[in-house]
Design a protein around this ligand. Structure first.
Ligand code: CP3
Length: 351
């Protein structure tokens, strides 16, 4: 497939730890409910209808880029399309979030999972990537993504969000073998899925381990890290030039291990200290993050001051600026703009 030439490759260069004129910036959940144009489109269609309709997914992906001078686009989709492809029903309930009517209860339920045919079951994601990459016209690189094996396992067993994650953690402690079987099956699917995303047009990949912080260091070592490593190794073997980002929210203790796990970029949540993260990862990886999303409730002048501190703490190279987690639905788009422009102006020496 031939795509338009890339006019802004700052994110790709930063991911490879090559010098950049300024720090690239994007925002997790940059396409979403804080944008009135997203809410207008969603008023017409269900969440998963938008995700499954390539023209709509491409339109939503490009909405934030039409407003802001972002240095990356991230394909509009969801981590839960993989459990769906493996045979579990997932609904998006307004005001509540994802809901699985029949989550996995006990190990015998593994028999309910199917091995997806990636090309046909997730073909709508690949079509959305190809269409978006064409419409992006080289303005910025396009990021593909997936959920990490442990985070997906947690959703598949809990059936949605949870306070204690007792059901999924029960599996780890009571059914460790079945847990490894499940994690292995999810990992097999994710590897094929990420490689196919690159073939469809993704220029960088992010793995979201949103629930990593629920695990003890030892449980992370046993149930999360080996699978994250396998994904990096196998996707990297197929697509060596495509940078991989891992965002393991709350996994402070695992920073050194993550820096050796095969990902070029480590995403930090806002509870991590950038200087300490730099010291502990020793310049081996690029760091991404990590302004507290709540900073965007402050007035633009304060956002700018906080950005200045963040940029100084990370230093000018080997950094991709982002929030430390997704932007909130009640954030003011103009405050997102203040964040993006502050990164670009301050790191580029125009301020
Ligand atoms: O702009 C982007 O970042 C790309 C799109 C994107 C979405 N979900 C769209 C979405 C991405 C990268 C995701 C990833 C995702 N999905 C994660 C990992 C990131 C994280 O937040 O830790 C997780 C855990 C999910 C599962 C999920 N999807 C939840 C828990 C929810 C409900 C919570 C919420 O924010 O409402 C969703 C729904 C969802 N995914 C929305 C969007 C824009 C909102 C749904 C709507 O429009 O009604």
């Amino acid at each position: 497939m031939v795509f338009p030439p890339l006019k802004n490759d700052l994110l790709l260069r930063a991911a490879r730890r090559e010098p950049t004129e300024r720090t690239p910036v994007w925002i997790m959940r940059q396409a979403g409910r804080y944008l009135p144009e997203y809410r207008a489109l969603r008023a017409e269609d269900e969440f998963f209808t938008v995700v499954r309709t390539p023209e709509l997914a491409a339109e939503v992906t490009l909405q934030p880029l039409a407003r802001f001078p972002l240095d990356a686009a991230i394909i509009f989709s969801d981590i839960l399309v993989v459990p769906q492809a493996m045979g579990l029903e997932v609904q998006m309930v307004k005001g509540k979030g994802p809901h699985f009517p029949r989550p996995l209860g006990a190990p015998e339920d593994l028999a309910r999972l199917r091995t997806p045919d990636i090309a046909s079951d997730l073909g709508y994601v690949f079509e959305a990537l190809t269409l978006t990459r064409q419409q992006l016209d080289g303005r910025a690189p396009l990021i593909g993504f997936c959920g990490a094996p442990w985070t997906l396992m947690a959703y598949m067993i809990e059936g949605g969000g949870s306070k204690t994650f007792s059901r999924s953690k029960t599996w780890l402690f009571r059914y460790p073998e079945a847990s490894h079987t499940l994690l292995g099956r999810i990992t097999d699917v994710l590897i094929e899925y990420l490689v196919a995303q690159v073939e469809a047009g993704a220029q960088a990949l992010q793995v979201f381990d949103s629930w990593a912080g629920l695990l003890s260091p030892e449980a992370f070592e046993v149930f999360a890290l080996p699978y994250l490593r396998r994904i990096a190794a196998e996707v990297g073997a197929h697509k060596p030039d495509v940078p991989k980002i891992v965002f393991a929210r709350g996994a402070h203790y695992a920073l050194e291990a993550l820096a050796e796990s095969g990902y070029e970029v480590i995403g930090l949540d806002w509870t991590m200290d950038p200087k300490e993260a730099r010291r502990r990862t020793g310049g081996r990886v690029t760091l991404q993050g990590n302004l507290d999303p709540a900073t965007l409730y402050a007035p633009p002048e304060v956002i700018r001051e906080e950005v200045k501190k963040m940029l100084a703490a990370f230093g000018p190279q080997g950094h991709i600026a982002n929030l430390g987690h997704g932007i909130h639905p009640d954030h003011d788009p103009e405050h997102a703009r203040a964040f993006i422009e502050a990164v670009q102006e301050i790191s580029g020496g125009d301020a």
